[in-house]
Design a protein around this ligand. Structure first.
Ligand code: KG4
Ligand code: ZN
Length: 338
């Protein structure tokens, strides 16, 4: 079945998705199982770490068994075990790691720890078979907002990041203020399509000249203040207009900084990754700017944007090819730097 090709079993459990995948030669999915806890955390308006860990523990073995069954390969045919070792919720990471280590110990297969952001970037190699480094990546999710220079499969340098909230976190907080529910990103994406992005001019936070960092913590207060002053003046608030205006303020900054990073680094490719990369307006705006500047834009399909184990398997494969291995002392690193 594998014809001498390398097979990876990968596990991801850094936040609220318990996922396992089997990959062939890093970029081809033989199986990818994602057990999402979103419906459980919805009740609390966000991810509750202890509940996430408990559900990972309950689900991880079933998810791995299902991934192996659907892949059509046997454990004997697996060449390496890849697992997310950070960053993320410590209790959640530990469940995936303990499982991966148990498989590695029992089978003698090499264990490879993967940085979650490296995984998100690698989702693009699965989607776009011809894509190769170098390129500029924008990794944008519930926990991260980073502009990254990717010079090789295993070489990523962070050029800028958020100084406070991640972009996805800002979407989730503003959605809560607007009474839309959790997770807020997809809900704002949808409702904003019916709104006017120029209805309210929320502040665009560019920080110092030339900085590729971000700050999104003020925008939730901006939205709250606007809603309160409208209510005090007896005016009705228009949720689609506020959603569209919030989104425009956040995306104007993100798009401008990402394109300027690519131009500064003389890169003619931009690669989007992470949960917020599924945002339809972000894709449209970035595509228009990329076209203007002769830059090619790549992004994964939505199921590969949000957390999954296929992307972790792809990253593990490139680390394996470069001779990188971990041993059974590999630990969860909740604040792991890229
Ligand atoms: O990558 P991900 O699944 O988990 C993390 O590593 O954080 O990203 C989840 C985040 C959430 O904040 C969610 O609201 C956001 O991605 N998100 C979106 C969209 N789909 C998911 N944000 C904006 N527009 C979307 N369509
Ligand atoms: Zn993620």
């Amino acid at each position: 079945m594998k014809d001498g090709k390398l097979v990876t079993l990968a596990i991801e459990s850094s936040c609220d998705e318990t996922a396992a995948a089997v990959m062939l030669e890093g970029r081809n999915i033989l199986s990818s199982i994602i057990s999402s806890q979103i419906d459980i955390h919805k009740l609390y308006g966000g991810v509750v770490p202890e509940i996430a860990s408990r559900h990972h523990l309950e689900n991880v073995n079933t998810v791995v068994d299902q991934a192996m069954d659907e892949s059509g390969v046997t454990m004997d045919e697996v060449d390496m075990i890849g697992v997310t070792c950070g960053p993320g919720l410590v209790g959640a990471l530990l469940i995936g790691l303990a499982t991966a280590k148990a498989y590695a110990a029992a089978t003698g297969k090499p264990l490879i720890g993967v940085h979650h952001i490296h995984g998100h970037i690698c989702a693009n190699f699965i989607e776009h078979k011809q894509l190769e480094p170098p390129f500029t990546a924008l990794v944008i999710s519930g926990g991260h907002t980073n502009i990254v220079e990717v010079t090789d499969y295993n070489k990523c340098q962070v050029l800028g990041g958020t100084r406070d909230d991640a972009a996805g976190e800002a979407y989730d907080k503003v959605a809560r203020v607007l009474g839309l529910g959790y997770p807020g990103g997809p809900l704002i994406d949808k409702i904003a399509r019916a709104g006017n992005p120029h209805a309210v001019e929320f502040k665009r936070v560019f920080l110092e000249k030339g900085s590729l960092d971000f700050s999104f913590s003020g925008i939730k207060t901006g939205v709250l203040n606007f809603i309160n002053s409208e209510k005090q003046s007896g005016r009705n608030i228009c949720v689609p207009d506020i959603a569209a205006s919030f989104q425009a303020a956040v995306l104007d900054v993100i798009v401008a900084k990402t394109v300027s990073a690519a131009l500064d680094m003389k890169k003619d490719r931009i690669v989007l990754a992470g949960g917020v990369a599924a945002n339809s307006r972000l894709r449209e705006m970035l595509k228009a700017e990329c076209d203007k500047n002769g830059i090619e834009l790549y992004y994964p399909s939505p199921v590969l944007c949000t957390d999954n184990a296929a992307m972790i398997g792809c990253a593990a494969y490139y680390k394996y090819k470069a001779g990188m291995r971990d041993d059974l002392t590999l630990d969860a690193m909740p604040n792991l730097e890229l």
